[in-house]
Design a binder for this molecule. Structure first.
Ligand SMILES: NC(=O)c1ccc[n+]([C@@H]2O[C@H](COP(=O)([O-])OP(=O)(O)OC[C@H]3O[C@@H](n4cnc5c(N)ncnc54)[C@H](OP(=O)(O)O)[C@@H]3O)[C@@H](O)[C@H]2O)c1
Length: 333
């Protein structure tokens, strides 16, 4: 294995389990001196027993001042992975102040705090560095109801990636994020153990699979390494293309995926825009229009739209034909 990080110091938050543990172990293999922050002493002791060369720091990241004091003790950090995260399921209207604060403090404020300390130190010593924020695809587009605070915390993290990339770039510090959907860890257990949810998830994923820890680690390692030397302020999505819509049977409010839709007057204007949106949501879309020319144009721009040429002024004579063929046209949907 290449030792790309020889001589570098790395800090991974939430490195005692899941994605953070996997990235810490890979960083060690690639030559970095690794510090891991975790909250549970028990998990950190387990990590140290498995990987004696990893340095562990027990601190609750929700505590700004204690976190600051612990991180400042490390000194220069060349590579930072803001990975620690928590989530819970609660509808927006029922979310408690404490729940909201827990999520924002852990997922976002800790990243803000630690990136600031790391950056100040690197700037003072004129050294380059790299930061990877472990965000989520729901920070870009929420897809599961009941995760409002989590989605907001990840959206804040994505903005942190952009603003810090802008301000720290001139100092040679790059900042990027990975935005996974599902990775097989404790956090995602409730989803990948739900067969119905998983079937829907896999149907929507062009690769038809869930990201492994290795998939997540490979993306993070790329962003930390010189292989991505010209990349900053960007995100890598370990995701499905279909990130709009609602996942999970109990929460389905409106799901267009796989449905058949008919848009009248869909060859131009608002109708055309609606038809195109429906295609993006993976509906099977039929468009009725009068002008053959306009229908051909929409078809040329979007191969998956089906077109039907009907002039509604002639509906009296054409109606029979249309209704007679309704079943085969729309497959009874
Ligand atoms: N798994 C997924 O499907 C998925 C998808 C998208 C994004 N993500 C993101 O990926 C990151 C890692 O997720 P994961 O699945 O690996 O989670 P995980 O297995 O639940 O691990 C979470 C880690 O964060 C640490 N942590 C939590 N709260 C902390 C606090 N207050 N202070 C210090 N450490 C704390 C935990 O430490 P303790 O052991 O001490 O509790 C643990 O090491 C998270 O930011 C998550 O939002 C995950």
């Amino acid at each position: 294995m290449a030792r790309r990080f020889e001589g570098k110091t790395a800090l991974v938050t939430g490195g005692s389990r899941g994605i953070g543990k996997a990235i810490s172990e890979r960083l060690v293999k690639e030559g970095a001196k690794v510090y891991v922050i975790g909250r549970s002493q028990e998990n950190l002791v387990k990590l140290e027993a498995e990987n004696p060369s990893i340095n562990t720091i027990q601190v609750d990241l929700r505590d700004w001042d204690k976190t600051k004091a612990s991180v400042e003790k490390i000194g220069i950090v060349d590579l930072l992975v803001n990975n620690a995260g928590i989530t819970h399921k609660e509808f927006f209207v029922d979310e408690k102040k404490e729940q909201f604060e827990d999520i924002i403090n852990t997922n976002f404020k800790s990243a803000f705090n630690i990136t600031q300390i790391m950056a100040r130190c690197l700037i003072d010593s004129c050294r380059p560095g790299a930061v990877v924020n472990v965000s989520s695809v729901v920070g870009i587009k929420p897809s599961v109801p009941g995760l409002s605070s989590y989605c907001i915390s990840k959206a804040m993290m994505d903005m942190l990636t952009k603003v810090t990339a802008l301000e720290l770039g001139p100092h040679g510090i790059r900042v990027n994020s990975i935005n996974p959907t599902l990775v097989k860890t404790d956090m995602a257990k409730q989803y990948y153990e739900d067969k119905e949810f998983m079937q829907m998830f896999l149907n929507r994923h062009p690769l038809g699979k869930v990201a492994t820890l290795d998939d997540a680690v490979n993306a993070i390692m790329f962003l930390l390494s010189e292989d991505s030397a010209m990349i900053t302020g960007n995100w890598i999505g370990l995701r499905s293309m279909q990130t709009v819509g609602f996942f999970g049977k109990p929460f389905i409010l409106f799901d267009i995926f796989g449905k058949t839709a008919l848009v009248t007057g869909g060859s131009r204007g608002i109708g055309k825009a609606i038809a195109e949106c429906l295609v993006k949501e993976e509906a099977r879309v039929y468009v009725i229009g009068r002008s053959k020319e306009n229908l051909e144009r929409i078809k040329a721009g979007n191969q998956s739209i089906f077109t039907i040429q009907v002039d509604f002024k002639e509906i009296g004579t054409k109606r029979k034909h249309l209704w007679k063929n309704w079943d085969c046209l729309f497959a009874c949907k």
